[in-house]
Each structure stands twice: as C-alpha cells, then as structure tokens.
Design a protein around this ligand. Sequence first.
Ligand SMILES: *[C@@H]1O[C@H](CO)[C@@H](O)[C@H](O)[C@H]1NC(C)=O
Ligand SMILES: *[C@@H]1O[C@H](CO)[C@@H](O)[C@H](O)[C@H]1NC(C)=O
Ligand SMILES: *[C@@H]1O[C@H](CO)[C@@H](O)[C@H](O)[C@H]1NC(C)=O
Ligand SMILES: *[C@@H]1O[C@H](CO)[C@@H](O)[C@H](O)[C@H]1NC(C)=O
Ligand SMILES: *[C@@H]1O[C@H](CO)[C@@H](O)[C@H](O)[C@H]1NC(C)=O
Length: 651
Amino acid sequence: MKVSVLAILTGLTACASAAPAPIPHVVHEKRSTQMQKWSRRDVKLSRDTIIPISIGLAQSNLDKGYEYLMDVSHPKSENFGKHWTPEKIKQTFAPSKDTIVAVKTWLIESGIESERITISNSLTWVKLNATIDEAESLLKTEYGVYTHVETGDDFLAVEEYSLPAHLQDHVDFVTPTVHFDLAVKHKAKRTDIEGRDLIEPHAVKRPIPQIQPDPLRVPLSSVTFNLTNCDRYITPECLQTLYSLPAGTDGLSTYSVVEYTPQAYIQTDLDLVFSTLGLPIPAGTGPSPIDFIDGATLQYQEEDFGVNGESNLDLTYAIALLYPQSVGLYQVGDLVEGASFNNLLDALDASYCTFEGGDSSTYDGIYPDPYGGYQGPEGCGNYTAAQVISTSYGYNEADLTAAYEQRQCNEYLKLGLAGVSVLYSSGDYGVAGNGGQCCALPGCAGGEYNGGGSGSFNPSFPGTCPYVTSVGATQVKHDYSITPTVPSPEAACETVIYSGGGFSNNFPLPAYQADAVAFYFQHHTPDKYNSTIYNDSQAARGYPDVSANGANYVIGVDGTLSLVYGTSASSPVFGSVVTMLNNARLKQGKGPIGFLNPTLYAFPDALNDITLGDNQGCGTQGFRAVKGWDPLTGLGTPNYPKLLEVFTALP
Ligand SMILES: *[C@@H]1O[C@H](CO)[C@@H](O)[C@H](O)[C@H]1NC(C)=O
Ligand SMILES: *[C@@H]1O[C@H](CO)[C@@H](O)[C@H](O)[C@H]1NC(C)=O
Ligand SMILES: *[C@@H]1O[C@H](CO)[C@@H](O)[C@H](O)[C@H]1NC(C)=O
Ligand SMILES: *[C@@H]1O[C@H](CO)[C@@H](O)[C@H](O)[C@H]1NC(C)=O
Ligand SMILES: *[C@@H]1O[C@H](CO)[C@@H](O)[C@H](O)[C@H]1NC(C)=O
C-alpha cells in the first residue's frame, strides 16, 4: 500500500516539476446569500485550532441508480422482484479507486502526512484533522465564527471554498464549510493531547414525531367502540373494515417500526387497548425482535404523552393488525445525545456508515457519545433490515442541507434495491412544516421560517425523497357509520391535524410519478398559488404517495385511554398492509415487494381515491383532495383485495 502511494506520488511530482503550473482551483460550494440567520463575527481564531475535515467522495454509478431500482421494482420489468445482494449494492456504488487515489494524492502533495489521512471502511469518506491554516490552504478559503442570530450558537463556517479542478467530480462536499454543521461549543471545551482546542460536534438534530394529542381530552372510559362510531373513534376493527383487511396470520415476512429515544412504548398501555377492545392478543405481547441501536434504551424515568404517545401508537396498531405475526422494533439512540435517521441507516448498512460514525456532526448522533452518553462504537451494518420499515418521524426539508438529504435519499434507493419497503409519515401540518412553520423566502431558501400564517409552503423530509413511500392522513367523514359496503367513507384528515403534502424544493419529479402529477396539474391546478408559495414547476417530486386513516386513534397513554392524531398512525398502518401483501407473496414462493411506488402508480385503482378535504397551512387552504393523485392523500388508502390481486400477480 505504502509503496503504491509513494509510486503515485513520485510519478506526480515528476510530472509537476516538468510542468510547474499551479493546480487551478474552482469554487466547489458557496454559502447561500439568503442565509441571513448567521452573521460573521469579528473574532480571531487560534491558528492551530484543529478542525475535523470530512471529504465526502462521489459514489460511482449513482446516475444509473434510478434505472437499477426500476429494473427490480417496476411492474413491467422482467426483473421485478430480483433484488440485489448487499455485496452487489456496495460494489456498484463504491467510489472508484481513482477517486480515492486522486483525493489522497492531492492531500499528500499539499503537505498532509499520509498517516493523518483516514479512509472510512465504506470507502466513502476521507477524513483528517487539520489546523485552520492547513484547512484554509487546502480549500482556498477563510474560516470564521458565525453566530446564529436567534439561538446565539456559534458555528465554524466559510463563505465559499474551492477544490482543484480535477477533483470536482470526485468530491461531493467537504465539511465543515458552508453548511453550518460544526458548532463551536463553549461548554465542556476539550483539548487534544498537545493542549490545542478541539472543536466538538453539536448535539444531534432530532427528528420530530408526527403525532398530536386530543386537544379536547375526550374521556373514553364509558365509550362502546364499534363500527357505528369509527368517525369518532378509530380501532383496529374500523381499519380492517375500511380497507377490507384479512385477520392477522403467522406470516413469515418481517416488519419493524422505528422509534427514537427518549420515545418508549409502555407494555401496559398496549395491553390496555388489547383488553378494552376485546382483541385476542395476550397481555404482554410487545414488539419482537427489539434491536437496540447506538446505546438505545426504553426509558421510563419520564412518562407522558411526549415520550410515550408515538411508540404506543405505532406498536399498538401494527401488532393489533398483524397478530399473531410479530412486529419488530428498531429503538435508536441513547438518552443523552439521541439519534437521527442516518444512525439507523448506518446500523443497517455498513457501506453507509463511517469509521467514527458521524455522517454529519450536526444532524446525526456521534458515537461514542461526546456528551457522555453511550460510549460504545456505533452500530455499523450489523443489524438486519426488515422487509418493511415504517418511521413516523420527520424533518422539514429546509431544516437540512440539500447535499445531506441527497446522500440519505440515495441510501433509501439502495434499500429499495435490496428489497426493503421504506415508509415515512408525511407530516401533520398540511402544507406547513413541523409546528406549523412556513418559510420566509420562496423555495424555503436559507431555511428561514416565519412561524406560520403566511409565507411559502414547507415540505417534509424524507417524504420528498422519491425513494420512500410517503404516507398521508385521512379520516372517516363525519357521521359515517362504516360497513364494508359504504362507498368512499373517507376524506383528507382535517381533525386536529392536516395531512402533510406538497412539492419538493430539492428533489425532481421521478418518472414513475410523472403521469399522476401531470394529470393533477392539468385538471386541478390551484391557480391562486404561484412560485413564491410553492414549487409549481411541475418538475418537482410531489408527496405523499398514499394515505391511511390518521384521526381519532384509540391508544393507551400512561394508563389512560386517549385519542391521538397524525400521519404517525397512517404510516405503521400502511406498513402493516404491505406486510400482509409480502406474506401472501412469500406463501407463493416469491420475494418481498421492496420499493412500492412504481407499482402503486401503475395500478392506482388498487387504492381508494380520496376526493374530499384539504391540507391548509401558511394562511392558505393548501391543496385539495381531488380525483386521481393529489398532494395530500396521494393515490388514496388501501383497498386490500385489489392490492393483493396486483401484487400476487407480479413475479
Ligand atoms: C481527530 O481527532 C479526534 C480527537 O482526538 C480523533 O478522535 C479522531 O479519530 C481524529 N480523526 C482523524 C481522521 O485522525
Ligand atoms: C355501538 O356503540 C354505540 C355507542 O357508542 C351504541 O349506541 C350501539 O348500540 C353500539 N352498537 C352495537 C351494534 O354494538
Ligand atoms: C453492533 O455493533 C455495535 C458496535 O460494535 C455493538 O455495540 C452492538 O451490540 C452490535 N449489535 C448487534 C445486534 O450485533
Ligand atoms: C423546483 O423543483 C425543480 C425540480 O427539482 C428544481 O429544479 C427547482 O429548483 C425547484 N424550485 C425551487 C424554487 O426550489
Ligand atoms: C404571486 O402571488 C402573489 C399574491 O398571492 C403576488 O403578490 C406575487 O407578486 C406573485 N408573484 C409572482 C412571481 O407572480
């Protein structure tokens, strides 16, 4: 190894001395001029402060990723269902040797000793600890301290940085630079062995559960729950009737829901629902298996809606719909730092994680936890991906950088190639973001929010990633007493929450969705909105893809029956339906479905089209549920017999 690097270096040096022109640098990334949230402070940085530099290497063949995914998941493809092995996925996308050599050679030529350069096991990151002087010279930039005007947090960042022209295509991005992902911690400042300041990572940006409590706290102890009142109280029986679901079986496919610590389920709350509703599920039936990832725990020091509502909801309904089949749980993150979606993805795929676990030092949990929590190494590819994975948490697309989201979205593509169906809830604030926030600037530029009431629509992530199935929320229309024969009993959810939906500012329209979105714009363009309010280019990814009921769920919270609302309910319910479909396919000797969307868009009649309601937000009515796909209920809710016909007919 050493010999070959030396050989390369000698070759290059000889070359360089023959033609001593300096390597031309070109600007690689620039800070958005609209990032007004940060102001550069006039402080002198100690010149030998150490910065942990990460250089994200460009993966190979990503440009063909969509094609590969369609090959195994488009219903018209003869390779439908022929999912890839993890090894084939890793080999196909790994950065090429040329890329690694080019970046390493540049660093060594610039005076960085080879021993200081680390390459992640996945071969996707080159890392080094550099002094400010070294970093500035490598990237032809000037580091400064930027203060966040609202929080007062200090970040180390630059206005723009450059790379040698020949590396442009080999490098995705370099951190910390223009992304504001390295906070300067004032407390608990650490120094390295030589006593120099070490800049520490910032606590993880936690994903938000997409669930809301009952604002009226309707007492439920004397209610008789049955099919006549599904418009006020949703139970597993209501869902089975609405979607014509079969009873649970001892199905062989695998399904796990994801929860982020400190969220924790309480077994007695699950039992309370099973017994109150007279379900044939023995007390003590909880998730199995439970995968504890990155020091995760089921914490019970704190018990309230905020920490138990989400997990109780997801598990109660997944278990109730599928029992006796078991439902798994990925419990992710320690109590101190917490975790993000990338931490789960790292645990499932070694080619995604890095040697020290951080994907981004701002957004993701770093393990061993620098804040004193879990001190073990992070989970890295040593957990198995279930065939269906449902997550009821989300960010606003504008909370994170486009590069970060693209990298994560590519990982969902790879899970699809591996035969995994990934579902996310679409958000609870209609066209607004978490907490009802809207964007101050068109396109959510700069990630500035205005608190809601006006402004631009604020799409949700990962729902806008075209490689997940985004699930919106419906409700039973008021005063509908449902039976299997009542047509269209559901509308878009407008009770307590509004189904998250709209169009991405970051992700283009995927081909599998193009006809559905074109039909929507041809027939239902909401002409009162223009490009200052949302991405009306008709070239952007629309979400959600599908929906399921999200209102009036009866669950147990800390010993009391309560109603809850949210796309948080919709995603695990839709995931349970997909699991039933996988069971049917496995019985036929076929494989799991994997990426769902191409088939769902090719067979829209297998879903109950929702044509009533809207998803207000940002001082507007939002979008309207209409015939065909729409950006609040997607293609509609499950029609199990039709879905079964479609998916069991495929190879
Ligand atoms: C940078 O320094 C930190 C703290 O000493 C260390 O944990 C990390 O491994 C170093 N990174 C590299 C790439 O050497
Ligand atoms: C359903 O519940 C309601 C009360 O919520 C009750 O009036 C009605 O008799 C029940 N119907 C059946 C069939 O049990
Ligand atoms: C996965 O690896 C991590 C880090 O080595 C370890 O703490 C964890 O127990 C492992 N989990 C499994 C399921 O093997
Ligand atoms: C709208 O989406 C398209 C396609 O992804 C993109 O090119 C464009 O920049 C987006 N517009 C805004 C304002 O974000
Ligand atoms: C968009 O519509 C708003 C009124 O809703 C108007 O003030 C604005 O000028 C319009 N912008 C464009 C680019 O048409």
